[in-house]
Ligand binder design. Structure first.
Ligand code: PLP
Length: 408
């Protein structure tokens, strides 16, 4: 008899986006003539940067010709892309990362979800609350939690990210083994300071823990005092892994390309307490389970680092930041406390009411779709997330409608 992995049965049915879709569809059915504006999902809306498109086309043409055809590529990514990433995204900012410490993949969702496979089932996991749900669910699937009770999985340490700590979780008083940090944060849009990140690195060093640093939204940072990479912090190369993606940076959510940086000095321990190389373990996993990312996609990603591509990406992310700034101005002008939206495409609005109630108000009275904060964790109750991924015109219209219903 084939038995299932019963950890899957512990998963709290994630009804967040399904429920948003259901309520949105009900509204559309009842109001077929109303234009609905979606500021809920974190998906980009604008076309790929022209430099990436050009490189994409050229690479497809290469594949069409026997003389330049390429079959399976290197498991961990083509050298041209790994080198461009190491030089332009890390070395240029003083982080000493080499090309062979970069693993190219088809997404940060799979990478942040799969990385936990390298660690023991009894590893104690800490996440912030609210949280990007992938970190939690993948650890539940792997058996690192008890059951779901009162909005939390037993066995997982949830670190409150609230107004009181500027949405940056405090260092725990107890020892944990695996810590997920995400900055600029989804969902709160909060950013971290170098000092705070250094405290986390110190904690990881003292506890022999590992930090999984998700920097999927790094391209939205405009303030130079905010760290872009955890590897800007001394000592991080022994205790941290960083995840980055072309999804929000260059509009690759459908195209798929990301990378994970694991320094060769990054360490975890075997049951005897001997040091083991996390880089070697992930290398082994990738070569066993993946055949890499398609050649045209990697060429398109490489073009993001050309002078032309970098300029277009800057323009693309600035477009969404302009939306974010408008949302921030309008919503805070209505008297609500707003976090994010300055170095991030997300805005976290303190509504002071039940998240779903506020979601329904905006949907039913303004035809604007947002995301209820409670879907990201207990600390998200009383908040909604607004995403800046839409056209400026739609954001303007949404803000006008929201102002009309909320102005006091
Ligand atoms: N990490 C965070 C924090 C995200 O918000 C997302 C997507 O929304 C991802 C990772 C997924 O990135 P990718 O498209 O590369 O899988």
């Amino acid at each position: 008899m084939i038995k299932i992995n019963e950890n899957y049965l512990k998963l709290n049915a994630s009804y967040l986006f399904a429920e948003i879709t259901k309520r949105t569809n009900e509204f559309i059915a009842a109001n077929p003539d109303t234009k609905i504006i979606k500021l809920g999902l974190g998906d980009v809306t604008r076309g790929l940067p022209p430099a990436c498109v050009k490189a994409f086309h050229m690479a497809v043409d290469e594949l069409a010709d026997d003389a330049t055809f390429r079959g399976y590529g290197p498991y961990t990514g083509y050298e041209f892309l790994r080198t461009a990433i190491a030089e332009k995204e890390f070395q240029a900012f003083g982080a000493n990362i080499s090309a062979d410490e970069v693993f190219v993949s088809d997404g940060s969702k799979p990478d942040t979800g799969n990385i936990q496979e390298l660690f023991s089932t009894d590893a104690k996991v800490a996440v912030s609350d609210p949280v990007y749900p992938v970190y939690v669910d993948t650890n539940v699937m792997a058996g690192r939690s008890g059951s779901f009770k009162d909005g939390k999985y037993e066995g997982i340490l949830y670190l409150d990210s609230t107004e009181e700590n500027n949405y940056i979780s405090d260092i725990p008083n107890e020892k944990v083994d695996l810590i997920y940090l995400c900055f600029p944060n989804n969902p709160t849009g909060a950013t971290v300071t170098k000092e705070k990140l250094a405290q986390w690195v110190e904690y990881a060093q003292d506890s022999k823990a590992l930090i999984l640093f998700d920097a999927a939204y790094v391209a939205f940072i405009r303030d130079d005092s905010i760290p872009k990479s955890i590897f800007e912090i001394d000592g991080a190369k022994e205790v941290a892994i960083e995840f980055r993606s072309f999804s929000k940076t260059a509009g690759f959510t459908g195209t798929r390309c990301a990378y994970t940086v694991i320094p060769k000095s990054c360490t975890a321990y075997d049951s005897e307490g001997n040091k083991q190389s996390v880089h070697s373990l992930w290398s082994r996993r990738v070569t066993t389970k993946s055949n890499g990312v398609s050649y045209p996609v990697q060429r398109a990603a490489e073009a993001a680092f050309s002078e032309e591509g970098a300029g277009q990406i800057r323009e693309l992310t600035s477009y969404y930041l302009k939306n974010a700034s408008l949302i921030r101005d309008k919503i805070s002008g209505l008297g609500y406390k707003v976090t994010g939206g300055e170095n991030s495409p997300y805005l976290w609005i303190k509504t002071g009411t039940d998240s779903w109630e506020f979601f329904d108000l905006l949907l039913n009275k303004a035809a604007v779709v947002t995301t209820p904060g409670s879907g990201f964790g207990l600390c998200g109750e009383g908040y909604i997330r607004i995403s800046a991924f839409n056209s400026y015109e739609n954001v303007e219209l949404a803000m006008q409608r929201i102002t009309d219903i909320l102005k006091k």
